[in-house]
Write a protein that binds this ligand. Sequence first.
Ligand code: NAD
Length: 507
Amino acid sequence: MNAPDKSAVLAPTVKLLINGQLVESKTTQWRNVVNPATQEVLARVPFATPEEINLAVSNAKEAFKTWKKTPIGTRARIFLKLQQLIRENMKELAAILTAEQGKTLPDAEGDVFRGLEVVEHAANIGNLQLGELANNVANGVDTYTLNQPLGVCAGITPFNFPAMIPLWMFPMAIATGNTFVLKPSEQDPMVTMRLCELALEAGVPPGVLNVIHGGEDAVNAICDHPDIKAISFVGSTKVGTHVYNRASLNGKRVQCMMGAKNHAIVMPDANKEQSLNALAGAAFGAAGQRCMALSVVVLVGDAQKWIPELVEKAKTLKVSGGTEAGTDVGPVVSCAALSRVEGLIERGIADGAKLELDGRKPSVKGYEKGNFVGPTVFSGVKPGMSVYDQEIFGPVLCIAEAADIDEAIAFINANPNGNGTAIFTQSGAAARKFQEEIDVGQVGINVPIPVPVPLFSFTGSRASKLGDLGPYGKQVVMFYTQTKTVTARWFDDSTTSHGVNTTISLK
Ligand code: NAD
């Protein structure tokens, strides 16, 4: 929590959303929401009290009684309306997002847009939540499934996609008939709140969507609450593992999408210009604060000669405030994040990696107080070095080398994380080998950030994901519903014999 200062006391407060009302928290614990480009305090966010958290859950539990019976068309139309409202308010949403998170305005619109795609998908829920039916599994007997909502579900989201990730969660949970309690990141909750206001305007009934704010205590309260049936978490591996273990022990369904160290392989036959452009965008865009950021590039064979050109590309990127036209790299989210990234760059040098480009302390005119670090490139990076072993979550690209594709694939599979990866090549055989042998969730073939559209689901392997089912797409319909399998026989009274059958066979 931040010490109260004058500007903070004057800043507006972020509200809780309980039972359809935006309410002021009665807490004594507050944190400032700070513009990372200027240090201006934009708002104060409350750490909800245990009573407020219980109230949000009990309202969600009550609302579930009627919401679960609401017809499919009524549920779907709310999301048709919400997608329209999001489109109409896109500029405002992006401006709030850039102010509190730092990413550039076009990138902020991308953040909202990728969430909007999930809202569009939720509007199609009638087709997605269909059960199955087998006719005549025995004489006069049919078996069919019902995919029924679970009850109160909860979402815990990270700071880096404050629009997209809440939209991965509550639209699909609510469209499938659940009610929801969301706990956004305490670092940038404002755009999330605006999206929730739009959801109310679109017709989400009171109690169906609730929002509480806070940090560790709020998350633990969600993990422990007996009336919460399922939890969706996106964030770091450390916190996600804690949430998974604690909530699973309490009998909840849990899906945790977690940290990353995404590698790209560049084969010597790759299109050089396209590959280097893609690498620079994917490594340094959003200041490297994407869970799908490419943070390690493995140059294979002759591609190792491309380092100087990659560094030249990185140098051309403009570092500035996210609202400035032409900015490529905005600030990192907080002063703490900045000192972490700068500290890791120092450790990289101390560990013996070669600093090809040093982005520390860039001069950014008009934003002298901002949390800026420019594109930074290390070569000669090896496992055991902190810059390789840790998720830096800043605009720092590590270059490693491999003699051939087998060595490169083995290198990536030996990393504990399995979130995203990509290969750049013109060889179909190399691409197919990569796709078959790589143990990573999202795989790009000449696509640097292969985030799946909502016709599919986000995934991950090893330390990047816990739980079987991923967010959005088909998998999340399974996650947010319980399958009930009904086996039914209807007797025709005119032909029924009344003998007792003691066998379990349905023949
Ligand atoms: P984080 O783990 O610090 O925070 C995530 C959530 O957990 C927040 O709501 C926060 O309030 C809460 N939290 C923080 N510390 C906690 C604690 N000690 N106990 C309980 N709850 C706690 O993550 P972040 O820094 O906000 O986000 C960045 C991380 O998220 C990166 O590791 C990134 O890779 C990951 N991420 C993963 C995906 C994915 O789909 N795999 C997507 C986006 C971000």
